[in-house]
Design a protein around this ligand. Structure first.
Ligand code: F6P
Length: 355
């Protein structure tokens, strides 16, 4: 059996652990298996750049952050763009899949990777997706590998911010990754005892936020607010995507935490500061939970390859591994339900969500 495997899109802790779990299963359980690891994500498949993986390649990588194969972002919308007589990126990948006589292609990636995986599957390639992302936004799975490590990193950072905020009696806006969804901010914010959590799914009202801060500062020495990268005000949420983009450019293009810190400095008497956690949330060793989940997902993906279950992506539902059909989940996003149990219970404990 000839398997191609790649890691695509933004990296996250656990990619190597999944590669390891996948390869170990294959080397142990599948006769005459060959695994081609494509370099730099889909680019490796487009350019036929790969290395044949051996058991030695996947030793001692359970703890290692990043990806031994390298990754790159290959926007989905460019996959079928035709430039002159050249084949499209999609066509190049399908051709190479055939030329290399692959039996299956395994893609470790997030939402964008899954959209392309689904396209490849529609084009007749045998594809299996494995759900990666610190954003935890892949539709149809309770959790993705990398998410819980990022939660721990962000929660740790938020707790550290609390001590400096307390010392100076300050208000802090801490930006957590998550452009479209607020899962990471929600989990990290709750785990770190943040006073308020602002996520894209629940637009915030600046005046109400200012009133909340004023009230909170009567009770404690600092206010720490976890803010998702994609959090937006009620006014911004009412705009179309394009209007919002133009509006933000006009507003100076600064990150949401900077905008909030300056707005709240004007609306309250307190010193406000902003901090952006950035890519530190994606780096380094996976947490124990992610090492376990990644090993399990890798091995389960290999099992699906062994039994020939293609056109699917692995998922976790109620603590059990399963799979979804790629074409069913591609292009859909798992968002935080604003009236879901977690948000409502958090509100009951006094966490403010900006609405
Ligand atoms: O999708 C994962 C993610 O980390 C998002 O949370 C973030 O918006 C984006 O990637 C950052 O992308 P890049 O690494 O390309 O700057």
């Amino acid at each position: 059996m000839r398997i191609g495997i790649l890691t695509s899109g933004g990296d996250c802790p656990g990619l190597n652990a999944v590669l390891r779990g996948f390869c170990k299963y294959c080397f142990n359980k599948i006769k005459d298996v060959e695994i081609l690891g494509f370099l730099e994500g889909y680019a490796g498949l487009m350019n036929r750049e790969y290395k044949q993986l051996t058991p030695a390649d996947v030793e001692n990588i359970l703890d290692v952050g990043g990806t031994i194969l390298g990754t790159s972002r290959q926007p989905y919308k460019l996959m079928t763009v035709k430039e002159g007589d050249a084949p499209t990126k999609l066509q190049m990948m399908v051709d190479n899949y055939k030329k290399l006589k692959l039996d299956v292609l395994v893609t470790l990636g997030g939402a964008g990777t899954h959209k392309t995986a689904s396209l490849l599957s529609v084009e007749g390639c045998n594809v299996i997706g494995l759900p990666k992302t610190i954003d935890n936004d892949i539709y149809g799975t309770d959790v993705t590998f990398g998410f819980h490590t990022a939660v721990s990193i962000a929660a740790d950072a938020l707790k550290r911010i609390r001590t400096t905020a307390d010392s100076h009696r300050r208000v802090f806006f801490v930006e957590v990754m998550g452009n479209k969804v607020g899962w990471l901010t929600l989990y990290a914010g709750v785990a770190a005892g943040a006073d308020a959590i602002l996520i894209p799914e629940i637009p915030y009202d600046e005046d109400k936020l200012a009133a909340f801060i004023a009230e909170k500062m009567k009770q404690r020495r600092s206010v720490v607010i976890a803010v998702a990268e994609g959090a937006m005000s009620v006014k911004e949420a009412a705009m179309s995507k394009k209007e919002r983009r133009d509006y933000l450019v006009q507003a100076g293009g600064s990150p949401v935490t900077d905008r909030l810190a300056s707005a709240m400095s004007a609306k309250t008497p307190f010193q406000c500061r902003s901090t952006i956690l950035g890519h530190i949330q994606r780096g380094g060793e996976p947490c124990a939970f992610d090492k376990l989940l990644s090993t399990e997902i890798g091995a389960f993906g290999a099992h699906l390859a062994q039994v020939g279950r293609y056109g699917v992506t692995v998922c976790v539902r109620n603590n059990r591994l399963g799979f979804n059909i790629l074409t069913d989940i591609a292009g859909r996003t798992k968002r935080v339900p604003s009236d879901g149990q977690l948000v409502l219970l958090c509100k009951d404990t006094g966490i403010y969500f900006g609405d």
